[in-house]
Design a protein around this ligand. Structure first.
Ligand code: PHE
Length: 339
């Protein structure tokens, strides 16, 4: 009988299983309530006295072997299940991550920020929901000033007037109120105007406005800065400044860059003139400085503002401004190779 037990021990030791069911069958066969161990334990009383000790030891050894086997196999199968089920095959190659593309507006905005940061301009931001003071009054546009009509405004609330900013000049006002000259800052951001939506204009768009204030800042400094910008941005250094009007600058000008007339696209873009209007600018009106707590007798400065959307349309030859806000991935994916 002891030999039979030893055989069973060897069998139990050699046992392997592929599934939990097999382990369970093994457990029932050896350790179950009608299992082999039960049978052999029942035999104990029939064993001759001098063999009892060896028999007892052997049967206990069988019990331990079977129990250890069941536990070890269960554990191994469970961890295998975890690998395959919960986590999958941990050694398989990862899923490729699809890279997105930057939005053309962000690409152009980042280029502009980069160009101005190289000559010491920092970036300032402000709220899109503005009060009348920061969007109009402080900028030399008092109530009932006719130039307020230059920018059709979305009002959120009247008395006091709360509105969606029509330009990021409002950020410049906030910056001047909070910082002492010298000031060199550009303010990128989204602006809103109550205009009919078409291929050429939208009720919201994006601007970058710049502000430079220090002692003895002159119109020549403005022109030099603009020329640096157009050279870096478009690779074109020929610009012209056409007299214009903005309430917050005096004198004011419209900036045109000479694009050239080399290709048919140049003709189309510039309507056959070779010149492209890219921004407004001027010397900050002394009233604006005083409104913002900067002494206009001591300091002077210049400001400029440009539309990012328009520049993105130009640079990428996009024919409809609405494409910029439709978020059609087929359109956006075309900018993967850009910055
Ligand atoms: N704020 C003007 C606009 O939105 C642009 C501008 C800024 C013009 C600074 C002159 C100086 O049209």
């Amino acid at each position: 009988m002891i030999d039979k037990l030893k055989e069973l021990i060897a069998e139990a030791e050699a046992f392997t299983a592929q599934s939990k069911e097999e382990v369970e069958q093994f457990r029932i066969k050896y350790l179950g309530s009608k299992g082999l161990l039960k049978e052999y334990f029942a035999e104990f009383k029939n064993v001759a006295n001098e063999q009892k000790k060896e028999f007892g030891q052997t049967i206990n050894q069988l019990k331990k072997t079977a129990e250890d086997k069941v536990n070890a196999l269960k554990e191994a199968l469970e961890s295998l299940e975890e690998d395959n089920g919960l986590y999958g095959d941990l050694s398989r190659p990862g899923e490729p991550i699809a890279l997105g593309a930057r939005h053309p507006i962000s690409i152009v905005k980042n280029q502009i920020i980069d160009i101005f940061s190289r000559i010491g301009f920092n970036v300032s931001e402000g709220p899109e929901i503005e009060d009348d003071w920061h969007n109009f009054t402080a900028l030399n546009l008092p109530e009932y000033h006719p130039a307020r009509d230059m920018q059709d405004t979305f009002f959120i609330q009247t008395d006091p007037d709360i509105l969606l900013r029509t330009h990021t000049s409002s950020v410049q006002v906030r910056y001047m109120e909070e910082n002492k000259p010298p000031i060199r800052t550009i303010s990128p951001g989204r602006v809103y105007r109550n205009e009919a939506i078409s291929a050429r204009s939208h009720c919201f768009f994006h601007q970058v406005e710049g502000l430079y204030i220090d002692k003895d800042v002159s119109f020549a400094d403005l022109k030099q800065t603009l020329q640096y910008f157009t050279t870096e941005m478009f690779g074109k250094s020929k610009i012209r400044l056409r007299p214009s009007y903005f309430p917050f600058t005096e004198p004011s000008a419209e900036v045109d860059v000479y694009w050239g007339l080399e290709t048919e696209t140049d003709y189309k873009m510039t309507k056959g003139t070779g010149w492209l209007e890219i921004m407004g600018c001027g010397m900050v009106d002394p009233n604006v400085l005083d409104n913002c707590g900067i002494d206009s007798k001591e300091y002077s400065g210049f400001a400029f503002g440009m539309g990012i959307d328009r520049i993105a349309l130009l640079l990428h030859q996009i024919s409809d401004i609405r494409l910029l806000s439709e978020n059609d991935v087929r359109f956006l994916e075309q900018f993967k190779s850009a910055l």
